[in-house]
Design a protein around this ligand. Structure first.
Ligand code: SAH
Ligand code: SF4
Ligand code: F3S
Length: 469
């Protein structure tokens, strides 16, 4: 195992990047407009916030469209083939944009760039890409940009060794009321279908003190909700502190809502389950991806729990927090999955009754173990199965929504409704989206709302007058 001191990126390297930020700022005749396109999971969304933070420091400003931008950056995902196709398809489109505007700088970063051979491919086949970096060297963006802007060179740099932890980079947050905090990076689980461990590297946890420092700062800024991020937060180990210990520390801060994702079911401990009963700020919401309902498939997936063990954990969690909203991820059409095995996924969904499920057709990822497994189920059949599963879950989601009617729930208002500007939308602690009449002045506030009716996936409500004590 690497020592923590080898994992944290050195102050010296960071000082160098800061100097590069200044050099870029000096080299620019005018502030460039940048546009970042983010594909993939919350981890990438948060990485893009850091990329934006660095670009701001370099004197650049965000612009709302790609057409207006002097610099376009794609933060890519490769977890399924369609994610990758989307990134590549977009990049080809950029070639035309660049033909019209030769000064345009095009950059590609993130998980897809970290795939073996991708840097070479970009170097040879996509000459219009000026800048490319992987997940392990995102903090080196200032130096790479300096090469492009100051020296008019291409900068394609992807590191093969495992990445580290970078503290103290600037971040441009999506809004002032809800924030992501990374607590760990990478994954050691090697589920047989999954490319994430290959492109995000081995697990490494941030020091508890650093996370608390960041959370305190956010609390001071009036942030109402934080989401702790990691591919498998249950195996967090920051300077010896376990995840549940970190949660206890965070609960002492003045942040009304705390959430985390993602939890691997095999690692969800009794100590962590107890947190749902004891911590006042921890939201009654848990994303607990099960992937499949059949034990043979689970074993082939290398998930290291059985259907029965999973259901046992769900029961324990519900005993402590009966109102918890559980969500999950499901893969349909894993190599060799029979109809009977698929039906066990459906029956598990019926048994657990999730608030929502994210369903995916299995997508072979080069370099993973499952990609070598024989897979003779036709795509048509896989599509039929996923539709059936989605139908089942939809009925449950709607029933869960209907069961919320009549309750009074605190809602954190996120935005003015897209369809009706006399309405606002926000989430309950459990994670349901609620629409109710109100104005933009409520954004970022937690207000009590009576749930009056349920749609298929969302709720409607009316604000409740707060009784002055
Ligand atoms: N660390 C998280 C998941 C990250 S990937 C976890 O373990 O839960 C998000 C989801 O994408 C996974 O839960 C899985 O359902 C899905 N997924 C990952 N690889 C996939 C593949 N090759 N084909 C289809 N779905 C996949
Ligand atoms: Fe992928 Fe499994 Fe790691 Fe999640 S736990 S990122 S599914 S290997
Ligand atoms: Fe995609 Fe990378 Fe997340 S592959 S799902 S963006 S960790």
């Amino acid at each position: 195992m690497r020592e923590q001191k080898d994992i944290v990126i050195s102050e010296h390297e960071l000082a160098h990047q800061r100097a590069c930020m200044e050099a870029v700022r000096d080299a620019l005749a005018r502030p460039l407009g940048y546009h970042i396109v983010t594909l993939g999971c919350q981890m990438n969304v948060h990485d893009s916030e850091t990329i934006a933070g660095m670009l701001d420091e370099m004197g650049m400003t965000p612009v709302p469209t790609r057409e207006e931008a002097d610099l376009i950056l794609y933060n890519t995902c490769c977890v399924r083939e369609n994610a990758e196709n989307k990134a590549l398809g977009n990049v080809i489109w950029l070639k035309e944009l660049k033909a019209l505007k030769p000064s345009l700088i095009i950059g590609v970063g993130g998980c897809m760039m970290q795939e073996p051979g991708m840097a070479e491919k970009v170097r040879k086949m996509y000459p219009f890409i000026d800048l490319a970096f992987g997940t392990h060297n995102m903090h080196r963006l200032p130096e790479l940009l300096l090469r492009v802007i100051g020296e008019k060179q291409r900068a394609i740099e992807v590191l093969n060794e495992d990445g580290g932890i970078c503290e103290g980079l600037p971040v441009r947050r999506r809004n002032g009321f809800s924030a992501y905090i990374n607590i760990m990076y990478g994954c050691n689980n090697f589920c047989s279908y999954c490319i994430v461990p290959y492109v995000r590297g081995r697990e490494r946890s941030r020091e508890q003190a650093k996370i608390l420092e960041e959370a305190k700062r956010l609390a001071g800024d009036g942030v109402q909700e934080i989401m702790l991020l990691g591919q498998n937060v249950n195996s967090y180990m920051g300077g010896g502190a376990r995840f549940a210990e970190l949660l206890y520390q965070i609960d002492r801060l003045d942040i009304p809502r705390v959430r985390f994702m993602t939890s691997h079911p095999k690692d969800i401990s009794d100590e962590l389950i107890a947190c749902f009963g004891e911590l006042k700020h921890l939201c009654p919401q848990l994303h607990l991806p099960v992937q499949a309902g059949n034990n043979r498939v689970l074993a082939e997936m290398n998930r290291r729990y059985t259907r029965e063990q999973y259901i046992e954990k769900v029961k324990k969690i519900r005993k402590i927090r009966p109102d918890i909203g559980l969500t999950t991820d499901l893969i349909v059409g894993f190599p060799g999955e029979t109809l009977a095995e698929f039906e066990e996924t459906v029956s598990l969904v019926d048994e657990v009754r999730y608030d929502a499920a994210y369903t995916f057709i299995y997508s072979p990822r080069p370099g993973t173990r499952a990609a070598l497994m024989p897979d003779d189920t036709p795509m048509e059949e896989k599509s039929r199965r996923i539709q059936l599963l989605i139908g089942h879950q939809q009925k449950i989601t709607t029933a869960v929504c209907e069961a919320q009617v009549g309750r009074i729930e605190p809602v954190l208002v996120e935005e003015v409704s897209a369809r009706d500007d006399t309405c606002v939308a926000g989430k309950t602690a459990r994670g349901h989206m609620v629409n109710f009449s109100g104005s933009a002045s409520l954004i970022g506030r937690i207000v009590p709302v009576r749930i009056t009716s349920a749609g298929k996936n969302t709720l409607r409500g009316e604000p409740v007058e707060q009784i002055k004590q």
